[in-house]
Design a protein around this ligand. Sequence first.
Ligand SMILES: Nc1ncnc2c1ncn2[C@@H]1O[C@H](COP(=O)(O)OP(=O)(O)OP(=O)(O)O)[C@@H](O)[C@H]1O
Ligand SMILES: [Mg+2]
Length: 409
Amino acid sequence: MNITLNKKLKPFAVEQMRYKVAYGGRGSSKSWTIARILLLMAMAKPLRVLCTREIQDSIKDSVHKLLKDQIDLLELQGFTVQNDVIKHSNGSEFLFKGLYSNLSKIKSFEGVDICWIEEAESISTASWEILDPTIRKTGSEIWISFNPRYEDDIIYKTFVVEPPANALVIKVNWQDNKHFPKELQDQKDHMARTDPDLYLHIWEGELKKNTAEQIFHSKWVIEDFTTNPRIEHYYFGADWGFSQDPNTVNRCHIGEHKDWGPNCLFIEYEANDRPYNEDNRLTSNDLDDLPEFWDTVPEIREYEVQADCARPETISFMNGKGFNVVGGAKWPGSVEDGIEHIRAYDKVIIHPRCVNTVWEFKNYKYKVDKKTGQITNKIIDKYNHHIDAIRYAIGPMIQGKVVDYGKIV
Ligand SMILES: Nc1ncnc2c1ncn2[C@@H]1O[C@H](COP(=O)(O)OP(=O)(O)OP(=O)(O)O)[C@@H](O)[C@H]1O
Ligand SMILES: [Mg+2]
């Protein structure tokens, strides 16, 4: 039997580390991979494994069934599955205990080699503070799997916000699971269409967020769409980077969507030279790199690109490289007018490949008054580089001009 494991989590099996943490969205194979690695390790040598979680009212709440199913599925030899313990003929054993109702007894688990905390987002600070020093056998490890919830959850704070040096922390999502099942794919796609905020939390492993201050709240969805080949106008917009800000480009079009209505804004492509959430940021916004990076957006050379007019020298540089860039208009209140215009579409439909644009739609916000908690009408000047590019792209329409511009003949 060929036993497959999620590649990204293989360090769990081969590295020695006090803490091993796998976190991310639903269906990323955290539970299956950890269960498989632990079973294989327990077959190789005697191992005492404590499988724990915050609340375990009955064994049904635990990973007991998951381990049993994996033993059956992989036809692993030597295991005996009892009601509340799984043993191997070499002396290995898996124990299952909830922390909440057993805190006083947890101290008797000093002898465990590996403690696996499943669904660790719900672990209370009190539980963590007792469990961590209890797992004290030489070489013992604490394995943690969880779906992020709130920034101040103890496990998130301890391992994601400020991870200690002796922790292996790996983010995994459904994209990393080669065996992501069709049923979950359907659920995921449905949620991306109907509730993108919840989608990002549940499926992409992002924190739960308050959405009321989001400027485009409930206006946008993530959906894989195929461009209608008869679309005559693509709208291209670009924003120039400076210092920490990225250079951005987007390609959009306007059209009908069968569910959302006749007047939707489709955002189909993006390019960004300093992606959010990634370590491989460019260290400078090098002008010489711009043409190549713009060319990652299909057909950009065939249309006018509306760009930020504040950098005429960059516009001429790009025109010298064979693009057709024009400076988009700005006027007092153009940002607010742009928001109003975008909110007037039936829906903004963002292609899933535009991950940085999605990030901005989610994080572009109004200021919240710290004293009253009220949402103000002041726009926070952050996470708006793709949004600016899109605003430039459709700028003439925001001004109420004829929409028929763009294609170079
Ligand atoms: N190695 C594998 N071989 C075959 N299928 C797998 C494998 N790993 C995961 N899967 C499939 O992917 C599904 C999701 O995996 P799993 O339940 O481990 O994800 P998870 O990250 O723990 O999800 P959740 O966040 O919902 O707990 C499994 O139900 C199974 O169908
Ligand atoms: Mg799981």
